[in-house]
Design a protein around this ligand. Structure first.
Ligand code: ATP
Ligand code: MG
Length: 394
């Protein structure tokens, strides 16, 4: 008996004329994610991608990987039979043993897209339900609230029986919306922001500012581990690491202390602008959330935003820490983010940062020193590293 995985579209199913483009990108992402696991045959049909192993492969692992692929609304692992009800019954019922032996209620949901199949949907449901009850007498049918729903689909190529349906990652396929540069710190918020924008189909690469010796090698490794974690959702990630020490020292020595943080953030954005321009990014992403810290008041955001020459996406802007933390736990970045290493943002931070900085005063303070040569050097000395999606390290 053969098994396969059905990846059912989420939002893509609703797309109109350009649905094909989204489908192709999704298929490419799925292939990439599974390539190192073994050989598969892929088929697109009726808002579903059928993923059929052509050799012995670990389907549990395949499902685990596919759970983080954006664009998939639901995943099903199913057994494949001839479109012959006797076979469906005699082989399908034993196949369901593991799924049914430890539950009390079930229902059968049949779908018949091949109208040439002799039995109608209610008949399939009744007959298969009866056979299941006979084989597993501890069960009862519950059509409203079953513990397990057995799916039986009669499609063009065959009949599929399944008792396993997992919710997919949702969203739209990474690569269908363009490329953005995520300002990635070691904190809780920015990895979540990256995850959220990848979910909207963006390719998300990371940019991180380091200030050695004030920030340590371990702090950088922490951010690199975050990148690695994010690849499960974002796919391959290019990681730009910007040496920021000289700029921060110049800031400390030349600008009013109360504006230190705000000008530092403007300079971060200026560097991000240039990296974005050089490498063809269409937007910047940050993990800012209104009111969370002094640099995230409206006045402060106005000052930093004005330094950006690209749209700045802040997907967690209206979320509270608890909501952001929930997502961080779900995507498994929380434990890394809470490791206690310093970030360059905490180096030289003033005791009393201005929470309502005056825009003109900030610009004036920034102009009192010529940062241009330092910015240029920082951009020139930026290093790039590629993080490949897990399980695909060739
Ligand atoms: P996070 O949890 O993402 O670190 P935060 O609540 O600590 O956010 P800030 O330290 O004010 O907030 O940073 C706000 C945003 O600025 C971050 O979400 C991130 O996008 C960006 N950022 C901060 N520090 C760095 C850094 N060292 N490198 C790159 N981006 C940074
Ligand atoms: Mg931070």
């Amino acid at each position: 008996m053969n098994e396969l995985i059905m990846a059912k579209y989420g939002e893509i199913a609703l797309k109109g004329l350009n649905k094909g483009t989204f489908e192709d990108i999704l298929l490419k992402n799925i292939r990439r994610r599974l390539r190192s696991l073994g050989k598969f045959q892929y088929m697109k049909k009726q808002s579903t991608i059928y993923i059929e192993p052509l050799e012995e492969v670990d389907l549990d692992e395949a499902l685990r990987r596919l759970e983080t692929v954006f664009g998939i609304g639901a995943l099903q692992r199913a057994a494949v039979f001839e479109k012959d009800f006797e076979q469906i019954k005699t082989q399908g019922v034993p196949y369901l043993k593991e799924a049914l032996e430890n539950v009390r209620s079930f229902k059968v949901e049949a779908k018949r897209s091949d109208k040439a199949f002799a039995m109608k949907t209610p008949e399939i449901q009744n007959e298969l339900g009866g056979a299941i009850l006979e084989a597993y007498p501890h069960l009862s049918v519950d059509v409203h609230n079953p513990q397990v729903t057995v799916m039986c689909e009669i499609r063009d190529k065959g009949a599929y029986v399944s008792a396993m349906r997992i919710t997919g990652a949702g969203g739209i396929p990474v690569g269908s919306s363009g490329k953005a540069l995520l300002l990635l710190s070691g904190g809780i918020d920015s990895p979540v922001a990256g995850y959220m924008m990848a979910k909207r189909g963006l390719i998300v690469d990371g940019i991180h500012f380091v200030s050695p010796p004030y920030t340590s090698e371990r702090a950088l490794m922490k951010v690199e581990s975050l990148c690695e974690k994010l690849t499960a959702y974002c796919g391959d990630i290019r990681f730009y690491c910007v040496p920021f020490t000289e700029i921060q020292e110049a800031l400390r020595d030349n600008c009013p202390e109360e504006f230190f943080t705000i000008i530092m953030r403007r300079l971060m954005l200026e560097i991000a602008n240039r990296i974005a321009q050089k490498n063809d990014y269409g937007a910047l992403v940050t993990g800012e959330s209104v009111g969370q810290v002094a640099s995230q008041t409206l006045k402060a955001i106005q000052c930093t935003d004005a330094a950006a020459r690209y749209p700045v996406f802040r997907p967690v802007i209206g979320m509270d820490k608890k909501e952001i933390t929930q997502i961080a736990r779900k995507i498994d970045t929380f434990d890394i983010s809470t490791l206690p290493y310093e970030d360059c943002c905490t180096v030289f931070t003033p005791k009393h940062p201005k929470t309502r900085p005056d825009f003109d005063a900030v610009i004036k303070a920034e102009k009192s020193f010529d940062f241009e040569p330092l910015i240029k050097t920082a951009v020139e000395n930026t290093t790039v590293k590629l993080f490949r999606v897990e399980g695909n390290k060739e």
